[in-house]
Design a protein around this ligand. Sequence first.
Ligand SMILES: Nc1ncnc2c1ncn2[C@@H]1O[C@H](COP(=O)(O)OP(=O)(O)O)[C@@H](O)[C@H]1O
Ligand SMILES: CC(=O)N[C@@H](CCC(=O)OP(=O)(O)O)C(=O)O
Length: 303
Amino acid sequence: MRDAAALLIEALPYIRQYSGKTVVIKYGGHAMKDEALKDSFAQDVVLMKYIGIHPVVVHGGGPQIGRMLDRVGKKSDFREGMRVTDEETMDVVEMVLAGKVNKEIVALINRHGGRAIGLSGKDGMLIEARKMHLFKYLGDDQPPEIIDIGLVGEVERVNVEILEVLEKSHVVPVIAPVGVGKSGETYNINADLVAGKVAAALDAEKLVLMTDVPGVLNAAGDLISSLTVAEAAELIQDEVLKGGMIPKVQCAMDAVQGGVKKVAILDGRIPHAVLLELFTDSGIGTEIVPSRPSRRFKERKRS
Ligand SMILES: Nc1ncnc2c1ncn2[C@@H]1O[C@H](COP(=O)(O)OP(=O)(O)O)[C@@H](O)[C@H]1O
Ligand SMILES: CC(=O)N[C@@H](CCC(=O)OP(=O)(O)O)C(=O)O
């Protein structure tokens, strides 16, 4: 009993810090595997809202899209963590993200006593997007090769009006990473990138990116508990970060530089990962900070 009281008291300064503030949570497709974990995530979100924090959920659904593409006989193809998206793939992506996955998370939060509402980037023109191009470096003497990855978008603008209205209510917004272009075209956007832009547009107190590894790992596989923007850029350049971890860390860097106070990448396989990160002294996962002039970054062993 005394332990429970001590735990609540440990949480008190953090509850005071976050109460009345916005926390954006990116809920990745890989962290949605297990029913008990999904329940603990929904409980965390509901508890946050009840104690006066404004949680905003941005979800992924990469594995779910992959399974649906398999069922219709289409292969998944990725470049630098981005799904190559032709028109047929875009239809499947929108159906899975804005339909099935979004409504599943909304229902989950509501089942745990919250009031969630599902939005895609098209609702209220929430996420205005433009086509993304990837550039491949071919040497100093040549222009880079432009890689066309189809209907993949990057966020041009987040129209936060609807989110600001919801902040004043009991409703938790749950956002699917589908964007809308100037001529009404639909874009598939990496969910981490959407979460970063939404957090910056809302001037969020914290951005939490949930994934299926303990956090950012160094070349030896150890967890890096704190990472500056410059150190993160080095890890990308040295190819220590691969696949989906590249846009995740890039989004964390952008968010920090865009004014989000705190950004953490953490293990969504840990029950109540969000609460542990927000409300305990030690936190979990990797925090990304703007700079740390004098100290070397600490590393702790992956448990
Ligand atoms: N240096 C690294 N540290 C941690 N994870 C890495 C690293 N490099 C590549 N990864 C991969 O990035 C994955 C997380 O990205 P992604 O699959 O897009 O996650 P999510 O779907 O949870 O957003 C991890 O499962 C891991 O395989
Ligand atoms: C362009 C792009 O790659 N979009 C992603 C959108 C979903 C996503 O980001 O899901 P996770 O967070 O679960 O990986 C995709 O099609 O898989």
